[in-house]
Design a protein around this ligand. Structure first.
Ligand code: ATP
Ligand code: MG
Length: 214
């Protein structure tokens, strides 16, 4: 009895993990650079499943809402940016995090509404963390080699600051499961997300691997 209980608990946890979802946007520069196939391929080859996809030109209102779904985003982004200036030995244009973020948000609105964007939902175990890892850190100058941003972009905060624009880093990817849960409904209706199986899931998630031999 106890064993069965443990087994069903384990099943619950596994079902939960393999159903983790994350939101990815290929920003206008990714489409202009013809990197759509490359980006999708990297997520696919890691074993993640594409469950929703669409192409659109987002409105500035939609972009602002996307970035401010988390009520702390304005403050945190402003603080991170001020710390970044200080680390480089530079004086920030303002010591008010909200003022700094207002500028960044203006840049992001111009950036993301400049052309079509591809919005996607990817599903699989640890989808959020795996996608962030493959995508690389926010500033391409310091993204690791082998990540999408490290391999395909050369932008930096310094260059973005000089030109008063957002850092161009090809992709947005949800930063946490909670962020994904807020972002996915902002871009997709539940009916646009398809529930289906792909055969490789047997290899990743089947406990006994007992369906291979005839
Ligand atoms: P992601 O883009 O995957 O969300 P992140 O969560 O680390 O990465 P945020 O701090 O949420 O990044 O910033 C969102 C986007 O805003 C970045 O991808 C970048 O394009 C832009 N951005 C952030 N900080 C700055 C900055 N200091 N200067 C210019 N652009 C910035
Ligand atoms: Mg973010």
């Amino acid at each position: 009895m106890e064993f069965l209980e443990i087994k069903s608990k384990k099943k619950e946890i596994m079902a939960h993990l393999k159903e983790e979802r994350t939101l990815v946007l290929i920003k206008p520069d990714g489409i202009q650079r013809s990197l759509v196939g490359e980006i999708l391929g990297r997520y696919e080859r890691a074993g993640l499943k594409l469950v929703g996809v669409k192409m659109l030109v987002p409105t500035v209102d939609h972009i602002e809402k996307h970035y401010t779904l988390d009520p702390n985003w304005r403050r945190v982004t402003g603080e991170k940016t001020i710390a970044g200036y200080q680390k480089r030995g530079l004086t920030p244009p303002s010591m008010d995090p909200l003022e700094i973020t207002a500028r960044i948000l203006d840049g992001l609105k111009r950036y993301l509404s400049a052309g079509p964007v591809i919005a996607m939902v990817w599903q699989g175990a640890h989808a959020v963390q795996i996608i962030r890892k493959l995508t690389g850190s926010t500033e391409p100058l310091s993204s690791d080699v082998g990540t999408i941003r490290g391999d395909y972009v050369l932008d930096s905060y310094q260059m973005a600051d000089i030109d008063r624009r957002a850092v161009r880093n090809l992709i947005h990817a949800s930063g946490s499961v909670e962020e994904a849960q807020m972002e996915i409904p902002h871009w997709f209706d539940e009916k646009e997300l398809i529930k289906y199986n792909i055969v490789q899931e047997k290899i990743f998630y089947d406990v006994n691997l007992d369906g291979i031999l005839d």
